[in-house]
Design a protein. Sequence first.
Length: 150
Amino acid sequence: MRKLIVAVLASVLASVPSLVLALGVLGTTPALADSPHFVYANVTSVTQNSVTVAFKEAGLDNSLNSVTISVSGQAQCVNPGGNQPQAANKQSFSTSGVFGVSNGNATGSETVVADLQPKCSPPMTVQWSGLKVTDETTSDSVSIPGTFTG
């Protein structure tokens, strides 16, 4: 009988490290999300001299209260035939803003305004291309393909 008790005690004691390890793994706090990526970045409006982009970024670290998001792109004048008459009418523009983070997500929109010199007067229109949304806080970015005319 004594051998049986010793064998049972030895078995229980041998499983204690495994039990402690299992409880330790189960008892840890969940890891914070830290794989930022844009869920979407879309052009929502184009006017004669501006473009508005809406975005959602996910996978942000929950310790972040806010992120700085910038939108950049090139604007140029085009005539009704689709030609760009002056190289000087193609310029880069950008804007940035601070957006709150909630549950690892940041959403918002930003409007980039082109102040082309010389001015782009009708019948000429402003054409946007090379649009890029960048999270300056995490260095995450996404390009928006295509050209957009207001």
